[in-house]
Design a protein around this ligand. Structure first.
Ligand SMILES: *Cc1c(COP(=O)(O)O)cnc(C)c1O
Length: 232
């Protein structure tokens, strides 16, 4: 089932890339495996998947310990500063940096452990009250400030679009994020590249790919519905 689901999602990405003339190699599928047991991740791994997304520090660390070491772990959930120390040397990319204080903490722990950490700035493009992330307006200033921190590299932007009936409704937010990333790239800030755009989930990843996503985060579409009432 997982294998078929991954193939289906990959095929949709192939098709969108072909339609709009994008290189397929520009887009990477992240399997969002939160709440799912390690065996299911192993199954996805065995079909070739190497990028996994988790939103809880403890869960990411537990899975990191038991799964193959060539997995690229993506921290996609809200990150508390006191937990940064557990993951800085384990994650490939932190998608959810939305304050200078958090970026400073990541930098501090990265220096301590002598690693460098790749981060994205999370933008709340739709301005939803229930979501984390900077506003579109504040994102630039945060990038400029965080760019000065040692052992942290800003690779791009991330957004979580609203839950909508039709994926098309989110196109405008993906366009806004893309435009912001082009604007920031034009500033040529030291230590900042805008090569990554993390946007699109099960409901809207095809629209996100058509608007320039380089990372799509798909959970339900690969692993099925999540059940939060059972602990892993
Ligand atoms: C859970 C989650 C996803 C995946 O959501 P699906 O709708 O199951 O694909 C993507 N991004 C973030 C930040 C998430 O927390």
């Amino acid at each position: 089932m997982i294998k078929e689901n991954i193939e289906k999602v990959e095929k949709v990405i192939d098709q969108v890339c072909e339609e709009i003339g994008r290189k397929r190699s520009e887009v990477t599928l992240i399997a969002v495996s939160k709440t799912k047991p390690a065996e299911m991740l192993q199954e996805a791994y065995d079909t070739g998947c190497r990028d996994f997304g988790e939103n809880k520090v403890q869960e990411l660390v537990d899975k990191y310990e038991v799964l193959p070491k060539d997995i690229r772990w993506h921290m996609i959930g809200h990150l508390q500063r006191n937990k940064v120390k557990y993951i800085v040397d384990k994650v490939y990319l932190i998608h959810s940096v939305d304050s200078l204080r958090l970026a400073e903490e990541i930098s501090k722990e990265a220096v301590k452990k002598n690693v460098s950490v790749n981060i994205l700035i999370e933008v709340n493009a739709a301005g939803e009250e229930t979501k984390f992330g900077t506003t579109l307006e504040d994102a630039k200033q945060l990038v400029r400030e965080a760019a000065k921190l040692p052992n942290v590299h800003i690779k791009g932007l991330m957004t979580i679009a609203p839950m909508v009936e039709k994926a098309e409704e989110n196109r405008v937010f993906f366009q806004q994020l893309k435009k912001l990333s082009v604007d920031i790239a034009a500033e040529n800030i030291d230590n900042v590249s805008m090569e990554v755009l993390s946007m699109g989930m099960t409901g809207d990843y095809s629209v996100a790919v058509s608007e320039g996503a380089t990372l799509v985060r798909v959970g339900t579409g690969i692993f099925g519905e999540r059940n939060y009432s059972v602990s892993i």
